[in-house]
Design a protein around this ligand. Structure first.
Ligand SMILES: [Zn+2]
Length: 463
């Protein structure tokens, strides 16, 4: 069994104590963390372990991105930058996604996973995979790459989103019964596969694309399969208007109506929550996946995250998609999350670097239902570990490492990434994927997609 001693540097365990261990060590055996502590405590137990020098580094738990669109990575820079959510979806994103075949989606997923791994994300939750993306090919990429992921099957049976005139193209619409059937097949084939790194969830489409009957059925199936549900919720004001018009309720009322509040219920955005919604989310252990960059870029609004935290809501972080963020870099996302709350409240004390680091690790683990095995560096937990190098000018001088991580660092400072006790990134090089080939394929598939959507489209003029 492999044993590693990650030695020296600052260890930031995020174990609830908010301690930083100067000159610390992490001992890893097989896929688990064996010991975390100061050098003199850990060293006597590390005989025979391979030593990984982490001087001038920060050692921390892997980042958990709780809202990802694997298929959208290819659309970075393709969709115009200055649109609000509904025209952005209707006139661009759906048209492009609607021409994908399995190979396009696989190329996009590989690009997205490559970026996530190289920037320190060790686990992610994919919001929904359309049948046209090819679930097996994407699951294979997850398996080969070494990342840990929740793959959710799209669940829908209607064609709208939020407003009457906002309709999906036929190529994006799926049949409700077929969705459920495919979820079951995918669950049988992939749930718990890749040494337990893959989970299969239900990825509901937003209100307007799911009938009441299918919402109830999805909640029942989640219970029967003991699995999670994720969805976009209250992202824009039009969502709130829809809940009011269709169900006569607010946000929590809509979710409660369909038995969709609880643990492993992860709702992206939740920009428009009120106090009553927050109380319901907190009472039931429902997770908000906060996506600050996406909300800012699409002009969707500012989620009241510091209020949610005060109410005890489990708030995790998400990068969302290629054309709305436009990166899958969770370190940058932590800074966005912190700064946005400070400017929302005109009070820089409402959220700290520790708060957002906790959102990006422990709260993400809880969102996945895996806080007992992920989200912090503690003996017995899975060895999902990131080593950040504090040597570039932008993270110098070495001072408070948690402040440096959140406000000064970016994914480019990630040096090593370990998942399940195996290095997947070492000295900034990916070990489990052919980086050049992934990039070559991404460029090739974008060309194919553009030619299928509109061969005369000039990407230099879309901005
Ligand atoms: Zn999204």
């Amino acid at each position: 069994m492999s044993r590693y001693l990650l030695k020296g540097g600052f260890v930031v365990p995020v174990d609830g104590s908010r301690r930083i261990i100067r000159d610390g060590c992490v001992l890893v055996e097989g896929d688990r963390i064996e010991m975390v502590g100061p050098r003199e405590e850990v060293m006597p137990h590390a005989k025979g372990a391979e030593v990984v020098d982490a001087e001038k580094c920060l050692i921390m738990p892997g980042l958990i991105d709780t809202h990802v669109h694997l298929a959208q990575a290819l659309l970075r820079g393709v969709v115009p930058d200055n649109l609000t959510l509904i025209p952005w979806l209707r006139d661009w994103v759906w048209r492009f996604l609607g021409v994908y075949d399995h190979m396009d989606a696989k190329a996009s997923a590989a690009l997205c996973i490559l970026e996530m791994l190289k920037t320190g994300t060790t686990s992610f939750i994919e919001i929904h995979l359309h049948s046209r993306y090819g679930f097996d090919g994407i699951a294979e990429v997850v398996k080969q790459s070494g990342i840990r992921g929740v793959l959710s099957k799209t669940i829908m049976d209607m064609k709208g989103y939020a407003t009457e005139e906002n309709l999906m193209p036929p190529s994006m619409i799926e049949d409700g019964e077929a969705c459920i059937r495919e979820f079951k097949q995918m669950y049988q084939r992939w749930n718990g596969q890749a040494d337990g790194r893959i989970d299969v969830w239900l990825g509901l489409r937003s209100a307007g694309a799911v009938s009441d009957k299918l919402f109830y059925e999805a909640a029942e199936i989640a219970k029967e399969y003991d699995t999670g549900i994720t969805n976009h919720v209250a992202e824009v004001r039009e969502d709130l208007e829809y809940y009011r018009r269709a169900y006569g309720t607010g946000v929590a009322g809509y979710l409660e109506k369909f038995n969709m509040l609880g643990e492993r219920r992860v709702y992206a955005h939740c920009v428009w929550l009120n106090e009553e919604d927050m109380k319901k989310f907190a009472e039931t252990g429902t997770t908000v996946s906060h996506c600050p960059s996406s909300n800012m870029k699409l002009g969707s609004g500012i989620a009241p995250v510091s209020d949610m935290l005060k109410h005890g809501v489990n708030v995790a972080l998400g990068c969302d998609g290629g054309p709305s963020n436009d990166s899958y870099d969770m370190i940058r996302e932590m800074k966005m999350a912190a700064c946005l709350q400070k400017v929302r409240t005109l009070d820089p004390s409402v959220i700290s670097a520790w708060d957002v680091l906790t959102m990006a690790t422990r709260n993400g683990a809880r969102a996945m239902g895996k806080l007992n095995m992920l989200g912090s560096l503690e003996p017995g937990k899975k060895a999902d570990i990131v080593i950040i190098s504090l040597t570039r000018p932008s993270v110098t001088p070495i001072s408070n490492p948690v402040s440096l991580l959140v406000y000064a660092a970016s994914g480019a400072d990630v040096r090593d990434v370990m998942i399940d006790g195996k290095f997947v990134v070492k000295d900034k090089k990916i070990l489990t994927m052919d980086e050049e080939e992934v990039i070559r394929q991404a460029n090739k598939h974008l060309e194919r997609i553009v030619s299928k959507v509109d061969p005369s489209l000039d990407l230099l003029k879309t901005m």
